[in-house]
Design a binder for this molecule. Structure first.
Ligand code: NAD
Length: 378
């Protein structure tokens, strides 16, 4: 008999929807010892949060997250708020003995992130950060290929995350949906928002980062602030490119911008090893491009693997071989891994500690972007 884990979710925006969808679907496809129960959702607008709760099937609502984290009938707090609230909610949730699922980036900076790690470790509560791209079957499969040593020594890691939605100078900063342009709410721009995903995947696939040299730019220097109504200085990085050295001696090249006209969410990575290379593209997320130098003769070339067969990660739980799944399923897999972690007593990755490593790289990137010098990852 499966046991309940009562979820209390804070925030009902984009991620509130992806997580709610995942909690609802997971046990239709995955058998687990524990199952999530949509116990409560919290946001400041009572009417809107009630509407959200009714739509997704939450049993109750709260308008103050402090009340939510103290509720005895809540087992796990899911943090889906802007980045500047992650720290306070997580610390309070840990103090109340709650398991925590926190959206990425873990925190505004590594200092805050360290305190969050200490809090969950002291409380001994299960914790995870939603770096969900790890849970895309093709990306998980890339991890398997690397761990099996099929690429051999790795020389290069290359990643991009390109968007184009902030090009207009009329777009204000701050407030609903636009908090990402406000440094006080977001911490940083593309570095914490988009490159954090690339860095998490990179560390998972290729190991730790030693040092970085970065170039950041804020193309639109001032924007009206939605909350104050005044034109204010923009404090986020609109674009960032950085080079890095990994602990394994390989070289990294990363680029992210919200000014690449035509690109909505182009997350790609490519890894070049001694024996083979792999490439992945979020727009074609169920495919892994593979080139093996061990293939012989004139038929040697790039292969496009449709990662939809029963022996591919997670796929035996879905449809029949050859039929693909999509973006939202990465969140279902994340919940499944979380539930398995709770059952087995082994932490599910990425944990807060794992996500802190990404945060440290982000901090080093931003520091280097300002100084123009190489920066060590602390
Ligand atoms: N894993 C991913 O791929 C991914 C994608 C997008 C966003 N994110 C992360 O998820 C988090 C949320 O982003 P989003 O896109 O869902 O943002 P969003 O703006 O769509 O939603 C934010 C929610 O937080 C709520 N909120 C704000 N202040 C609050 C408060 N004081 N108390 C209670 N609720 C409050 C808002 O009402 C809103 O419902 C961010 O940390 C972001 O970086 C992750």
């Amino acid at each position: 008999m499966s046991k309940p884990i009562n979820i209390g979710m804070v925030g009902y925006g984009f991620m509130g929807r992806t997580h709610s969808n995942a909690y609802r679907k997971v046990n239709n496809f995955f058998k687990t010892e524990y199952h999530p129960v949509l116990k409560a959702v919290c946001a400041r607008d009572a009417e809107k949060v009630k509407e959200f709760a009714d739509n997704w099937g939450y049993e109750s609502v709260e308008t103050d997250w402090r009340k939510l984290v103290e509720r005895k009938d809540i087992d796990a707090i899911d943090i889906c708020t802007p980045n500047n609230l992650h720290h306070d909610i997580a610390i309070a949730a840990a103090a109340n003995g709650k398991m925590i699922l926190c959206e990425k980036p873990l925190s505004m900076n590594a200092e805050e992130g360290e305190l969050m790690c200490q809090a969950v470790e002291k409380a001994g509560v299960v914790n995870t950060v939603w770096y969900n791209y790890r849970k895309v079957p093709a990306v998980t499969y890339a991890k398997q290929l690397i761990d099996e040593g099929r690429l051999g020594r790795i020389f290069h890691y290359r990643a991009n995350f390109l968007q184009d939605w902030t090009i207009s100078a009329d777009l204000p900063q701050g407030g609903t949906a636009l908090w990402r342009l406000d440094a006080a709410a977001a911490g940083s721009g593309v570095t914490g928002d988009l490159l954090a995903h690339c860095i998490d995947t990179a560390i998972w696939l290729n190991g730790g980062v030693q040092n970085v040299t970065a170039m950041t730019e804020t193309f639109i220097k001032e924007r009206k602030h939605t909350l104050t109504g005044k034109v204010e200085k923009v404090g986020i990085d609109d674009a960032c490119a950085f080079l890095c050295r990994f602990d394994n001696g390989s070289l990294g090249l990363f680029e992210s911008t919200r000014y690449a006209r035509g690109h909505k969410a182009l997350y790609t990575f490519e890894i070049n090893g001694e024996h083979a290379s792999i490439k992945w593209d979020l727009h074609d997320l169920h495919r892994l491009q593979w080139f093996s130098h061990k293939d012989e003769g004139p038929l040697r070339g790039w292969r496009s693997i449709h990662v939809t067969d029963g022996d591919h990660p997670y796929m035996s739980h879905w449809w029949v071989p050859g039929l693909q799944i999509g973006y939202e399923h990465s969140f279902v897999h994340h919940v499944y891994d979380f539930l398995e972690g709770v059952a087995k007593g082994t932490p599910v990755g990425p944990t807060f500690r794992d996500a802190l490593e990404t945060q440290k790289v982000c901090d080093a990137v931003l520091k280097s972007g300002k100084s123009g010098n190489w920066s060590e990852v602390g």
